[in-house]
Design a protein around this ligand. Structure first.
Ligand code: ZN
Length: 69
């Protein structure tokens, strides 16, 4: 039997560029790719429309509570 045909231990490949992931940065291949993913994730969170319906409430959490007028 040949067990050489087994898949590589580092099963996952970098979700960003598709290269084999490094154990140090897994599942990414490098810190750069990890960074890219993190950025994607963050911007994705910010891109999600949150409470778009409650905008008509008139209670916007803006920094104008001090009464500048
Ligand atoms: Zn990568």
């Amino acid at each position: 039997m040949n067990e050489i045909d087994r898949k590589t231990p580092s099963a996952r490949s970098c979700p960003i560029c598709g290269k084999p992931g490094e154990p140090e940065f897994k599942p990414f291949c490098s810190k750069r790719c990890a960074d890219i993913d993190l950025n994607r994730w963050l911007s994705g969170v910010y891109a999600v429309p949150t409470k778009d319906d409650e905008d008509e409430d008139g209670e916007r959490p803006v920094d104008g509570e001090a009464g500048e007028k």
